[in-house]
Structures are given as C-alpha cells and as structure tokens.
Write a protein that binds this ligand. Sequence first.
Ligand SMILES: Nc1nc2c(ncn2[C@@H]2O[C@H](COP(=O)(O)OP(=O)(O)OP(=O)(O)O)[C@@H](O)[C@H]2O)c(=O)[nH]1
Length: 490
Amino acid sequence: MSLFGKLKNRLFKTSSKIDQGLEAIVSEGGEETGAEEAFVEAVEQSPEPETPADPAPTPEAPATPEEVPAAPEPDVPAAPEPEIPSDPAPDLTPEPLPENPPAQEPEIPTEPSVEPEPDLPPVPEEIPAEIPVEIPAELPVDVPPTPIEEPNIPSDSPPAEAPVEIPEAPQAPEISQAVDDASLVGLVEKTTEAPARGFIGRLLGRREEKTVVRRTLDDDMLEQLEELLITADMGVDTSMRVTAAMAEGRYGKKLSVEEIKRLMAREIARIMEPVAKPMPLYAHRPQVVLVVGVNGSGKTTTIGKLASQFRAAGKSVVIAAGDTFRAAAVEQLQVWGERAGVPVLTAPEGTDPASLAFDALTKAKADGADLLMIDTAGRLQNRADLMEELAKIVRVIRKIDPDAPHNTLLVLDATTGQNAVSQVDTFQKLADVSGLVMTKLDGTAKGGVLVSLADKFGLPIHAIGVGEQIDDLAPFDPEEFAAALTGLEV
Ligand SMILES: Nc1nc2c(ncn2[C@@H]2O[C@H](COP(=O)(O)OP(=O)(O)OP(=O)(O)O)[C@@H](O)[C@H]2O)c(=O)[nH]1
C-alpha cells in the first residue's frame, strides 16, 4: 500500500470525524445538484495547482496514480510506475544537506512493492456478485468475459467497462492478499458516497450517481465548519484561519462534501508546507540529537525508529539512555536498541544524566559514530528540576562540542490534542527545540492538532509516528497529511 494509503487509513479516526461532520453539515440545508453543475463549480473551486478531480492533472503527476477511485477507466493502466518517484523526490531533495532524511529512505522501499493493487479491489470483487454463472466459466479458460457481457447490454457504455475488468481477473489473489483492514476502510468510505452497485448497475446507472448534494456557503455553514475543525483539535485560531481562507471568493457558492474537503485540504497543506522539513543531517561527527518530551509521549519509541532508519541509511548510531531515574525506561530503550541494531549506553539508576551524556559523547566521538541520540526524562511535574537537568546536559556536552546538541527534537503525543500546544510552549522554554515529531497519529481523532502547531509555532515537523512498529515513522508530507486528515480521496 502506498504511503498515502497507509497514512490515510492510520489517520482514519480524525478523517472519519471530519468526513461525518461534513456530510452532516452539507446535508443540512443542502440540495441535489446535477453533474454538470458539480463539474463546473468544482473547476471553479480549484484554480490552484491541485486539481485532483481531473483525470489528467498535469502538475501533480506523481500523485495521480492513487486517484483511481475517482475515475476508474483512465487510472488503471497508469497506476504502477509513477509510484516510486512520488515519495522520495519531495522529501529527500528539499533539505540542503546531502545525507539528509534518513527517515524517508527506509520508508520508500516498502511502498512501491505493495502499492499498485490495493486501490483497485472494488472492481473485480463486484463481478462475481453480479454474474454468478458466467464468471466461473470464464476465468479458468482465460477467455475474455467481454463477449458474454456485450450482448446483454443495450446501452453504449459497456465496451468501455468490459476491457477494464478483464485484465484484473488474474490479480484477484493478490488483491485479496493486499486487502488489509486499511483498504477495507477505504471501501467503506466509498460505499457511503456511492452506494454499492452491481456490474449491470454500474453500466446502466452511471448517471444516477452524478447528482451531488451541495450547500450554499454562508455564515452558518462557515461557523459549522469552524466548529468541526475545532473538534478535530485544530484549535480556534487555526480553524478560523482555514475556514476564512476556504470562504475567500466562494461565499454564496454551492459546495459539495468533496469540494469542501478539497478546499480544506488545500488550506491545511498551505499552512503545513513551510514546516515540513526532514531532520537535517550534518557532516559533523558525531551529530548530537537531544530528544525531549513528556513521559509517555513516545520518545523511546521514536529514538528506536529513528535509529533504525539512520542505520538503514548507513549511519552509525549510538543511543544514550538519559532517563536514568527510571529503570524501566532504560530497559525499554535497550529493547529498541536491539531491534534497531544500535548500542545503548546506560548508567546505574539515579546517575546524573549529564554525566551519562558526557560519557556517551566521549565514546561516540572515539568510535567515530555519525549520530548520538540522547534520551531524556520527561517529568514536567517539577519543571524547575527538569529545566536544570536539560540545561546541565547541554552545558556538559558543550565541553566536548560547543555546537552540541545539533538538534533538539520534541516528541509530542497526538492523542493529547490541544495539550500538545502547551507542551511546545513549555519545552521551548526548557530547551532550544529545533524540530517536532508527532507520535500516535494513528488511532486518534485529534490529528488536527498538528495543523494548529504548525500554524502557531512554525517549528519544523520532521516525522510522524503512525504505529508502534519500528518502521511506523513516516516523513511528514503536508499534502498527503492534509488529504489523509480530511479523508480526501486522492
Ligand atoms: N499507536 C502508537 N503508539 C505509539 C507511537 N509511538 C509510541 N507509542 C506507544 O506509546 C507508549 C509510550 O511510548 P514511549 O516511547 O515509551 O514513550 P516515552 O516518551 O519514552 O515514555 P517514558 O519512557 O515514560 O519517558 C508506548 O506504548 C509506545 O508503544 C505511535 O506512533 N503510535
């Protein structure tokens, strides 16, 4: 499955909240409009480079392959190849530094292999339901089912449909293999938009589904949209900014759910674009990365995931278990170190973390390691102590390297919603935060908080955690994130 597909499904809770909210908002006071009107207005709404509804969007070539659901015919053949370029290009190149985003590299290889098929399953699955007798006879012989279909179909459209179905028959086993729960979520979403139709239904009933419910954008609707974004934890200011931008030049126009999603995703992506920056890697050795965040935010897990990705990118990494006050935290880090194949330096419980950090940097330097990642405690209960502890770590490692730490990553837990905003506030005072990693975006309905953070602080977002496994750390891509967050079919 593509990175976007994975992300979309992982962010399902937030997107389904927005999805359901939009359906309710538009259906309240909305009215059915015809296909032509929908098309014309959809075009009007999207003067920007992002025109995903069209079958042949020129500027965003890499994104097209995944737009299969919107326009079945043209997409099928195009799907497989364009995949690969889409992920690496945007994230790897933008950073000035050469070895840059190790976070991406490990992600990339996983996508293309699984990618193409999962988006196509609906088509083949429906055939057997509709044509119970013919299909079994057709498949074994490998004779195109087309001749059987055509005589039954009086209208003009069938020939176009049949050829698309045939080539997919052999893929059936692969598809069923690839249909994980994530793809199923996609199917469920599609069904709510366009009720399941059989094969004949799809041929004859094409026109019916073209009516779209649309609602006039007025103050009431804007207020409802704003409230919806606030419930997704986007914060009041950011929600107002997004809805105001959406309304610009569109006030009084009729909008469908899909069009609203597109507008919303575009505005969100616009806010997030400037902060989407992979963690920079420097030629300097060892690059010291201090990892801060409240207890339970996902620091240990993120260090493990990052270490694994850096290693996969050919970097030698050392981890320092700086939360010396909790034996369990040290043990957990050791487990992650083993998984990532990276040494973890520890010290007896109660040791001064600054002393451990000093020893770790000395060793990392002696070993010629590329990176030293220092875990820290996250007890905010006594802010003064924590501030002193972090300040001391920095003071001490600067005796060895005056520029250390080169990065201070703040790890935030998305499930805390707007509380993450005050955590950034606090940690900016405690440490010189240089970038963010947002964890647990999977399984939360509060993913909008990341938009709020980008809008409010403008700190670089290096990566997002979308699960507990070692490779569940994705590079942050604003457009994919925005589309996934709003439940937009891309
Ligand atoms: N679903 C999900 N769970 C995550 C993610 N990142 C971390 N977790 C889980 O969150 C819990 C806390 O993660 P840790 O890495 O231990 O957090 P920590 O900040 O090191 O916590 P302390 O060791 O208490 O300081 C663990 O159960 C992780 O498996 C993520 O992206 N998604």
